[in-house]
Design a protein. Structure first.
Length: 452
């Protein structure tokens, strides 16, 4: 049975992502004049006239079957990416109850428009043609050129928000009655890291399908891609929203507007995630850029785990030897679980999901006030408290005031003399006492007189 899903397909640079953003009501997909910006399929739950459905944006389909006819070497990177885009579009149509075929009214009917229409007819999906860039009424008449594609044609303008009401009135009746599961119940997990460390391969292995395009070329993933994922079935299922992000490059190596948009989306994805999985490459180990990405996660105060991919290529190197080296380079993440995985063999993939659950649970821990106070006071008795000009720090009372991230408020006599080293010591003590892994812990020192 088809779900309430609408897929947008078409050749490159006809405005599919602009249409996607317009129907979604916000700027989600990257829109740029460069051809082929969208590669993987993007999914968002949207509402139109009180009807909820999933909307899918796909990459521009180009040269369908041309590689096979021309004898193009399928191992070439460009051909790999084009083949991946075609696969993503085909999978989107399999999921969809209806489709929108986007075309460019300015450019007129193009041979590739016919190719995409043929793909739709073969998939036997109800569809409409969105003749985009009909910015004025005078251009509406040009939409008749696309009637030979065999679908109802509607002139629209994503730029000026013209023509979408009649188009959607034709699409919505094709959607089944049953609603989609509520997306807000899912745990949002951002998969981040520098380019080409294996983020998309890891996501595909989690899903057990080629959900996102994988290529040897760095920068294949451009948008941040939200992918629903579940472990188990029914009411007991654990639901996740995986966010595959573009590889985060050093600022000095970002040269194009598309790359800048990709970096912005990746950083924004960290901000909205419940848990961040920082992906590292076992063949190289942590690099300077990995440290930068890790610091970015820390700045957003997000629960984090480390996923060391490509472990099948590590040779004779053991985890016992690699782990101290990893945390020697990333000492500020020693509280985060480190899981060694292989997308190729499936090694430890399920364990990485368990680590995600662990970190998420730790970020929501609520510490009883009495137990927390005892732990803080015990820690203070083991070290000499900071002092300044004859004034010694004294701790009176502690309480947890928030979670995700965990926030502890500690009342002291002189908060101004607290040093960063003492704060770090208290956080380490709490982690050791309560086994807090992966989740950030923030301590706020507040002043209070001894009489109070």
């Amino acid at each position: 049975m088809k779900r309430r899903v609408v897929a947008i397909v078409g050749r490159p640079n006809v405005g599919k992502s602009a249409i996607f953003n317009r129907l979604a009501g916000r700027r989600i997909a990257i829109v740029h004049e460069e051809s082929g910006v969208t590669r993987d399929r993007l999914i968002r739950e949207v509402t139109w006239e009180d009807q909820r459905f999933d909307l899918i944006d796909t990459g521009g389909i180009c040269n369908l079957h041309a590689g096979r006819r021309a004898g193009v070497d399928p191992t070439k990177t460009a051909d790999e990416i084009e083949a991946g885009i075609r696969t993503q579009a085909a999978v989107a149509l399999e999921d969809a109850a209806a489709a929108i075929l986007a075309v460019d009214i300015e450019a007129g009917l193009h041979p590739l428009d016919r190719e995409v229409a043929r793909m739709l007819h073969e998939a036997q999906r109800p569809a409409v043609v969105a003749a985009n860039k009909a910015d004025t009424e005078a251009r509406d008449l040009q939409s008749a050129d696309f009637e030979e594609l065999g679908y109802p044609v509607f002139p629209v303008s994503a730029l000026h928000n013209r023509g979408f009401d009649p188009l959607m009135e034709n699409i919505l009746p094709h959607l089944p009655e049953a609603g989609n599961p509520a997306a807000q119940e899912a745990l949002k997990v951002a998969i981040v890291g520098r380019p080409n460390v294996g983020k998309s391969s890891y996501v595909n292995r989690l899903l057990n399908s080629d959900r996102v395009i994988v290529s040897a070329a760095p920068g294949t993933t451009r948008d941040s891609i939200d992918i629903p994922f579940a472990v188990g079935k029914g009411a007991a299922a654990r639901r996740y929203l995986l966010i595959d992000t573009a590889g985060l490059r050093p600022v000095g190596k970002v040269h194009s507007a598309v790359e800048r948009f990709s970096m912005f989306r990746a950083e924004k994805s960290i901000g909205r995630a419940d848990v961040v999985a920082l992906v590292l490459d076992a063949t190289t180990g942590p690099t300077r850029q990995d440290k930068h990405v890790a610091a970015l996660v820390q700045e957003h105060r997000k629960p984090c785990l480390l996923v060391m991919t490509k472990w099948d290529l590590a040779g004779e190197l053991t985890q016992t030897k690699r782990t101290p080296a990893v945390f020697g380079i990333l000492p500020f993440l020693t509280h985060c679980p480190l899981v060694y995985v292989s997308a190729k063999t499936g090694y430890n993939i399920r364990r990485s999901v368990d680590a995600i659950d662990l970190v998420a649970a730790q970020s929501r821990v609520a510490l009883p006030t009495g137990v927390l106070n005892r732990a803080i006071l015990d820690a203070c008795e083991r070290v000499q408290a900071p002092s300044h000009r004859g004034r010694a720090l004294r701790v009176f009372y502690s309480t947890q005031v928030g979670s995700a991230p965990m926030r502890i408020r500690v009342f002291v006599n002189h908060p101004e003399i607290v040093r960063a080293s003492f704060e770090a010591y208290l956080i380490r003590s709490l982690r050791e006492k309560f086994g807090i892994e992966g989740a950030p812990v923030l301590i706020q020192f507040r002043g209070r007189r001894e009489q109070e």
